[in-house]
Design a protein around this ligand. Structure first.
Ligand code: SAM
Length: 478
């Protein structure tokens, strides 16, 4: 009589007349003839009860048709009493319960899953694991130690799970075997879930533009994602702590100012192993001097998905601070973003500052605080000295400073060492005081009609209307 008490134990909370319960021997071993005789005899007993008008319930643990003796009995009933109605009710198998309790996916996509009783010859088990993605091993018993040795040698113990006496006294659930358990009696009434490769974890790295530094100049999407990610890497030299107020209090934070690329990649790899989303916070907009390309390449190699959330770039924050429009009609319609050549990444020769200055457009120099004199000298080769110019430091932050002059007078009397960090140099004929406006855009001219507005004739009448209901203003029509 093996494990009958387990089936009864499973029913302990149910109310039914115990005197009507009969334990039967679940014969599993032996030759086919002996098994056939055993279950034929049982089928005849059940048939006799059935013919007296009684219903019989045959109870097994787990699912009745999975590695269970019910299959023998059903075959015997078909032989001995084909006229008797019978119905098999499914149950929850031990391995489905084990999978649910350990969070172990039993096959994803096209993975191959093999369910088998543990073989005596463990070399065949090695082949089974190699030819499948997941192996569900039942009836391990005394072979557990040998199986653990094998999994350890295959270096896959940590992504295997074990469940013992599920739902019964003495239940043990081990979602990972990274700490090898003592075999003892753990092999009995157990199921071992074996996965050949580590489970795929889905995480994403979000490159988030933090904006120029004010906590409320990050986008709503950026703030929401920052609040959701459990791991945060931020460029601490440029992103003030104030922006991180959007982060969750229990998120792990790493200031990348002191980390090299490899160290940052190690953090991405760690997050990948733990399945944690990462917020990679860059100042301004990540697409501008963000050094994101090399991180994206590493993420692709690691098979980690990423997404970019744009931000308010510092050059627009500087223009906002100056109250300037960088694209003034009739003055300049072009904005050039460039940077001072640095040790980390030189600017290509073809883009040298003097050649860009030749356009006399609006020009913003990033990362140039340490070589202001050199930059201004280069710019003066093409811009007239009376061209308006400005330095803006830490735009949008409480420490923001502005210095507005002409290019020719910009550095006079200035303590240059005060302007080395987080400073933008802007030069543009468009920075003139707006009261000196020479020419304006025709966009809001009452006589100018376009798709979305009729022109006024002068008497307040509109001559032409091209705006159709349901049309929204497109870019440039604000
Ligand atoms: C590595 S770049 C990053 C640019 C950033 N991705 C952006 O879109 O603004 C750093 C440079 O941006 C400029 N910068 C960043 N934040 C700034 C701010 N709040 N005020 C002025 N300049 C800023 C400075 O020139 C600084 O040296």
């Amino acid at each position: 009589m093996s494990e009958t008490s387990v089936a009864l134990e499973a029913l302990r909370s149910l109310d039914f007349p115990r005197q009507r319960v009969r334990e039967v021997e679940f014969l599993m071993d032996g030759d086919d003839r002996r098994i056939g005789q055993h279950y034929s005899a049982l089928a005849r007993e059940i048939a006799a009860l059935g013919r007296q008008g009684q219903s019989v319930a045959y109870l097994t643990i787990g699912d009745a048709m999975t590695y269970s003796t019910l299959g023998y009995l059903v075959a015997a009933l078909k032989r001995e009493a084909p006229e008797l109605p019978r119905r098999v009710l499914p149950g929850i198998t031990s391995y489905a319960t084990a999978a649910a309790m350990t969070g172990f996916a039993l096959g994803e996509g096209k993975e191959r899953v093999l369910i088998l009783p543990c073989p005596d010859d463990l070399s065949t088990l090695t082949a089974d694991i190699e030819h499948n993605d997941v192996v569900v091993l039942m009836k391990v018993g005394r072979r557990l130690n040998g199986v653990l040795d094998l999994l350890q040698n295959m270096n896959i113990l940590e992504h295997c799970a074990l469940a013992h006496r599920l739902g019964l006294d003495g239940e043990v659930v081990l979602p990972s075997l990274n700490v090898r358990p003592e075999a003892g009696r753990l092999g009995y009434l157990s199921v071992l879930l074996i996965r050949k490769h580590p489970p795929e974890v889905f995480l994403k790295v979000y490159f988030i533009g933090a904006g120029p530094g004010a906590a409320d100049l990050i986008t709503l999407r950026g703030a929401r994602l920052l609040g959701q990610c459990r791991v945060i890497l931020y460029a601490g030299s440029l992103v003030p702590e104030a922006v991180l107020e959007h982060a969750s209090a229990d998120a792990e934070r790493f200031n990348t100012a002191s980390l090299d690329l490899q160290e940052q990649i190690s953090l991405y790899r760690r997050a990948q192993q733990e399945g944690l989303d990462v917020a990679r916070v860059h100042s301004g907009d990540p697409a501008i001097y963000g050094a994101t390309a090399e991180q994206m390449r590493a993420l692709r190699e690691l098979g980690i998905a990423y997404e970019v959330v744009p931000g308010v770039s510092s050059f627009t924050a500087c223009a906002a601070s100056l109250g300037a429009e960088l694209t003034r009609p009739g003055v300049t319609q072009t904005v050039i973003l460039t940077r001072a050549s640095g040790r980390a990444s030189p600017v290509p020769d073809a883009e040298n500052l003097a050649s860009l200055a030749a356009h006399q457009a609006s020009l913003c120099v990033f990362l140039g605080g340490h070589q202001l004199e050199q930059n201004v000298a280069e710019l003066l080769r093409h811009y007239p000295p009376e061209t308006p110019a400005a330095l803006v430091q830490r735009a949008s932050q409480p420490e923001e400073r502005r210095h507005v002059a002409t290019l020719g007078t910009l550095l006079g009397g200035l303590k240059l060492s005060d302007w080395t960090l987080t400073t933008m140099l802007l030069v543009s004929p468009a920075l003139h005081d707006p009261t000196e406006l020479q020419e304006v855009s025709r966009l809001y001219d009452p006589a100018y009609a376009h798709r979305f507005r009729r022109a006024h004739t002068g008497e307040g009448e509109r001559t032409r209307r091209t705006c159709r209901p349901g049309h929204l203003a497109g870019p440039g029509r604000n």
